[in-house]
Design a protein around this ligand. Structure first.
Ligand code: CA
Length: 233
């Protein structure tokens, strides 16, 4: 791990056996874990604990389900979220990403798969380079050093993955980045074909950044090739 502090993962899962297995696998890999058996505890822990890096979030939970937790989480210093769901349907995956989840795992999955996803998410939220620079397009200002985006002078709140996507595009402003390269750089090598992720996150960024999301000027689609920040250079 590049960071001095061990990554802290909150496991939200009502199935006791599965919760223990997940926590065991994460602990063995060197991560700190906290456990919540249902949504109310999870919400309380998310509000009380500022050190959680990743939430492993089961969707089917008693009282308050995973969807509600995701909906309530759209605040400033939110951790990354990996949704785990027993249903494994494409519509659930899209819904999870739409609600700001960073990744989605369908049950059943093995410990190796889980740890690979966790590493990929950590790479995203703890990027090694912190090179600065400010990139502007219209009313949108991306401050790469401060990891902040403003639009018309107002701070724009982004999830960790939304930030990484806009930062990757802004770092290469005016240059088209193809889909596979973007997916590999932002999500990780095993995501090269996950066009859904890219489409969903590009759309979310547009809603937050564009005057008219249907005619984007910041997150521009370049034919079938990829995406570009602002006009071609
Ligand atoms: Ca469950």
């Amino acid at each position: 791990m590049t960071d001095e502090r061990r990554a802290h993962i909150l496991v939200v899962e009502d199935d006791t056996a599965l919760r223990e297995i997940l926590a065991g696998a994460l602990n063995s890999a060197g991560y700190a874990t906290s456990l919540a058996a249902h949504g109310i505890t999870a919400s309380q822990m998310l509000h009380a604990t500022g050190t959680i890096d990743i939430v492993l979030l089961d969707i089917g939970l008693p009282f308050v389900d995973g969807w509600q937790i995701l909906e309530q989480m759209d605040n400033h210093h939110r951790p990354a979220v990996i949704v785990i769901s027993a249903r494994g349907e494409e519509t659930d995956k899209v819904r999870a990403l739409d609600l700001g989840a960073d990744d989605y795992l369908a049950k059943p999955f093995g410990a190796d798969e889980l740890l690979a996803r966790v590493r990929a998410v950590l790479r995203r939220i703890r990027p090694p380079d912190s090179a600065g620079g400010i990139v502007m397009q219209g009313d949108v200002r991306v401050d790469l050093g401060a990891r902040a985006v403003t639009r018309k002078g107002q701070e724009v709140r982004l999830s960790p993955t939304e930030w990484l996507l806009i930062a990757e595009l802004a770092r290469n402003a005016g240059v088209t980045i193809d889909h596979r390269t973007l997916l590999q750089r932002v999500w990780g090598p095993q995501y090269a074909d996950e066009r859904n992720y890219l489409r969903t996150f590009a759309q979310r960024l547009r809603v937050k950044l564009e005057d008219d999301p249907t005619h984007p000027e910041v997150v521009v689609t370049v034919g079938r090739q990829g995406y570009r920040f602002g006009p071609a250079r």
